[in-house]
Design a protein around this ligand. Structure first.
Ligand SMILES: Nc1ncnc2c1ncn2[C@@H]1O[C@H](COP(=O)(O)OP(=O)(O)OP(=O)(O)O)[C@@H](O)[C@H]1O
Ligand SMILES: [Mg+2]
Length: 335
């Protein structure tokens, strides 16, 4: 079975071709135009998707050696994401599916992040516990089966990726902040500043990162820009340590309490080197197996959308051409 994947939910235009469970090609075009604004400008993102989408599809087909007629289904992100950006991809996919008589498979982007794990770990079996950490989400999810999720905990304010991006903005490091903070932190001292770790009393599986960001902001205001610039590696390491410690603590405690032997990371922050190291070390102490996607499948990519589309196709969960984009789609309101 061959699936064409299309992802345009934010600032990455991505096209993939999947042949059964193998990724033949996964092209990701990141829109660097947003860097000058310090964040994603929605209208600009939509126009950039419009500009390159068709050429990227052609390039993906040529590189994979697959003809459009050989494709069984067109999988596309329908949400969550930026409305205009989603509409570009979804409208394109609808037109392509209609014109070629192929099956349309509308995919939940968050489910895509979770399914990315099956690209590298086909042996992974349900059920498992997932720590989903991305630009828009920080959730602890019990993945009972495909399409069957129980959300146990979530951030009550900023998502982990959002916190990394805001910290980078405070420190004038550029956008997206996560990879930059990760890199600078490698030569910094994680004990330079002890940033607050929030404990949410009514649900120990929830997270809160906004206080952490405010603590960094006030510290930089108090000490000044020159001081922050001089100590940026130590500040990145300390900030990262505070996020990673809370993420790892909450998810490991949940896994132990629920006697769950498999733990899976998903989303852009799953690329964080310190998170990958710490969660592996602690999980080992409890005899829990940890899985994470390879780096290219952590952040937004169409391979994970195609992989999810394959599961939808197998279950004959086809989409009609009247399906709409849903910017605030969640795992809970999807099915
Ligand atoms: N090495 C890293 N360390 C920490 N954060 C990272 C790293 N690499 C990427 N990120 C963060 O991951 C986020 C992007 O991830 P992703 O593409 O999954 O998010 P999104 O698609 O914007 O949000 P969502 O998937 O929730 O809709 C950004 O916030 C980025 O800073
Ligand atoms: Mg994403």
């Amino acid at each position: 079975m061959k699936i064409l994947g299309i992802e345009t939910s934010c600032d990455e235009t991505s096209i993939a071709v999947l042949d059964d469970k193998s990724v033949l090609v996964n092209l990701v075009s990141s829109q660097s135009i947003h860097h000058q604004y310090g964040g994603v400008v929605p209208e600009v993102a939509s126009r950039e998707h419009m500009r390159i989408l068709e050429n990227l599809v052609t390039e993906a087909l040529v590189k994979s050696g697959i003809n459009l007629t050989d494709i069984d289904g067109v999988a596309v992100t329908r949400g969550p994401g930026l409305m205009g950006a989603l509409l570009v991809g979804l409208s394109f996919a609808k037109g392509l599916a209609y014109a070629t008589g192929k099956t349309l498979l509308a995919v939940n982007h968050v489910e895509g992040h979770i399914m990315a794990n099956f690209l590298d770990h086909p042996e992974l079996e349900y059920p498992f516990l997932c720590l989903l950490v991305s630009g828009g989400h920080s959730q602890i999810i019990m993945v009972n089966d495909f399409h069957d999720y129980t959300i146990l905990g979530r951030s009550i304010d900023d998502a982990a990726g959002e916190a990394f991006d805001k910290a980078a903005r405070i420190l004038n490091l550029g956008y997206p902040g996560g990879p930059i903070v990760d890199r600078l932190a490698q030569t910094g001292n994680p004990e330079f500043v002890h940033f607050p770790r929030a404990n949410i009393k009514d649900n120990p599986m929830n997270f809160s990162f906004s206080g952490l960001k405010t603590a960094l902001l006030y510290l930089v205001r108090q000490k000044g820009g020159d001081w922050a610039e001089k100590h940026k590696n130590d500040l990145c390491a300390s900030f990262q340590e505070a996020i990673v410690e809370v993420l790892v603590k909450n998810v490991i405690e949940t896994a132990v309490r629920r006697e769950c032997r498999q733990l899976v990371l998903a989303g852009g922050v799953a690329a964080n080197s310190r998170l990958r190291t710490r969660i592996s070390e602690i999980a080992l102490q409890y005899g829990i197996s940890v899985y994470f996607p390879s780096l290219e499948y952590c952040t937004d990519n169409a391979a994970m959308i195609a992989r999810t589309g394959r599961e939808l196709f197998i279950r004959q969960l086809f989409s009609s051409s009247s399906i709409s984009a849903v910017p605030n789609l969640t795992l809970e309101n999807d099915f």
